[in-house]
Design a protein around this ligand. Structure first.
Ligand code: HEM
Length: 497
């Protein structure tokens, strides 16, 4: 985008002029304005807040704006801090060891390695981590007979692709989800199940499946908390330290004005699972693909993690110890810079507003433009991937995987000319910045580092002839070229070391 169209581009409204022109932004100063300085003027788009409100059957972080969003973040932010997330390391190791053992069982009888769909394994691991660590539940994801896993995972896999096919109804979902009286809304929602539109029916099935599971879990958890039996959650649920248990305990102690209604907590449980599953399994699959393409880097990273585990008595590295492994850290930063699992986010302008530019544009007469007027109601697409891959920001080697970019340097010096980005992580935009930045960033990084280090210590990963096509949707999803109809997959050969 930035090479061809610059750091700010106008997107022409299509479809017989029914859609208005929109702006695509990847300019550092403009991003800072949209995400941080003037963030109250650039709200979540009505289309996305309506969509996520419907998906999660209520008001989660992903669907509220303004003061309601600030209030939810005030309650939710503390549970995502290093203090709580670091306590999940034992849970993540437990799941990673299950993943390692399952993979070892499946490839053991092939001394030269066996080709497997690594995405399937990583998807199970990511769902298990977000469910155990996030909402305090196990789907028994590594048990191939687990109906609960099959059903819930199918719902997660169905929801965003079918939502993409409902494009024409997106503008109406926000008013639809607030329709009163409630019985009429329920009646109409029930009727969707009978529409001659398969995508709408599948979408409804997926969101209802997610909602019912989260609702049941919420009331079970509340009964345990009220009975003082948090330890009942032991074993399958992160020993009562999962993020939602922490949230519910904090909510019970909060003053009346700050308390979150039950429905909002249930909606946030659903949003945490959806937000945390596909993004991390996609990031992990990408990291392993990169390891396969660069075998020297794979060996270097393996040497670092096996060296670190060798110094421990129990093959366990804490949150802090994992973060101090320089190659692991640099590889994660660089992979997340080059391959952002979410490539753009969508905002809407509430009032006319002037946005300054770091990289000036030229108008048709050749005059320099240093700021743009963004009028009320304009859709603004924030180019996360485009900003991460701008040569003007990162230098001519922007498209190369170069972990050295991060080694032995201040994060701020990683851009080629000291440009400061408003992203919350590592000067990159992958987890966004400002008041709506991803709260799950530390959770995701801990999970990625633990899974990667456990797998590399045990297995060698090798390339296969198939080519992967990473397709852009609401997240980026991998398909084998020519076999797209078989659904997402990432084949690679795995050999026990
Ligand atoms: C590599 C992994 C991940 C990436 C790249 C990622 C990226 C993002 C991005 C770009 C947003 C902003 C979306 C928007 O404003 O439209 C976001 C929001 C969010 N993410 Fe993540 N995420 C990841 C993992 C996680 C995890 C593990 C969790 C939960 C534990 C999580 C929970 C959320 C939630 C609840 C929001 C909504 C925040 C709000 O609107 O205030 N994410 N994420």
């Amino acid at each position: 985008m930035t090479e061809k169209f610059g750091h700010v581009a106008r997107l022409r409204g299509g479809i017989f002029g029914l859609q208005k022109d929109a702006l695509y932004i990847a300019d550092p100063l403009a991003l800072n304005s949209v995400l941080v300085r003037d963030q109250d003027n650039f709200t979540e788009s009505t289309e996305f807040s309506g969509l996520f409100g419907v998906i999660h059957h209520g008001s989660s972080l992903a669907s509220v704006t303004g003061p309601d969003h600030k209030k939810q973040r005030r309650i939710l932010n503390p549970i995502f801090t290093a203090k709580f997330v670091s306590k999940l390391a034992p849970v993540f190791y437990g799941v990673s060891h299950q993943l390692r053992d399952k993979l070892a069982d499946d490839v053991r009888s092939h001394p030269d390695g066996r080709t497997v769909d690594i995405l399937d394994y990583l998807t199970r691991a990511a769902l298990e981590m977000i469910s155990q660590g996030g909402i305090g539940h196990t789907f028994h994801s590594f048990d191939e007979q687990s109906r609960e896993f099959e059903e819930f995972h199918h719902a997660l896999q169905t929801v965003l692709p079918t939502a993409g096919r409902l494009f024409f109804v997106l503008p109406f979902l926000e008013s639809w989800r607030k329709l009163k009286p409630i019985w009429l809304r329920h009646l109409l929602a029930g009727a969707v199940g009978y529409l001659p539109w398969p995508s709408a029916r599948q979408f409804k099935w997926a969101i209802d499946t997610m909602h019912v599971r989260c609702r049941v879990l919420f009331y079970q958890k509340r009964a345990m908390l009220e009975g003082g039996r948090v330890s009942d959650t032991k074993g399958s649920t992160g020993i009562g330290k999962d993020l939602v248990t922490v949230l519910m305990s904090a909510n019970a102690d909060a003053g009346d004005g700050d308390k979150m209604p039950d429905g909002d907590i249930i909606a946030n449980m659903s949003s945490i699972v959806l937000g945390g599953q596909e993004t991390t399994s996609g990031a992990l699959s990408r990291l392993l693909c990169l390891m396969v393409q660069d075998v020297d880097l794979q060996a270097r990273l393996r040497a670092e993690v096996t060296g670190a585990y060798a110094t421990t008595a129990d093959n366990y590295l804490s949150y802090k110890e994992l973060n101090s492994l320089p190659v692991l850290d640099a590889v994660c930063r660089e992979a997340l810079r080059l391959y952002s699992p979410v490539t753009f986010v969508w905002r809407e302008t509430k009032e006319d507003c002037v946005v300054p530019l770091q990289f000036p544009l030229r108008d048709t007469s050749g005059a320099e433009i240093r700021e743009v007027l963004v009028t009320k109601g304009t859709s603004v697409y924030i180019g996360l991937a485009a900003a991460n891959r701008s040569a003007a920001i990162w230098g001519e080697d922007v498209n190369e995987l170069r972990p050295e970019r991060w080694l032995g340097k201040n994060i701020a010096d990683a851009t080629s000319n000291g440009v400061k980005m408003p992203g919350i992580f590592s000067n990159i935009m992958t987890f966004l910045g400002g008041g709506r930045a991803c709260p799950g960033m530390k959770f995701a990084l801990l999970e990625i580092k633990i899974v990667l280090s456990v797998l590399l210590a045990e297995f060698e990963f090798q390339a296969v002839p198939e080519e992967i096509d990473w397709r852009q949707g609401i997240t980026v999803v991998p398909y084998v070229k020519g076999k797209e109809r078989q659904g997402p997959s990432v084949p690679m050969t795995v050999k026990i070391m």
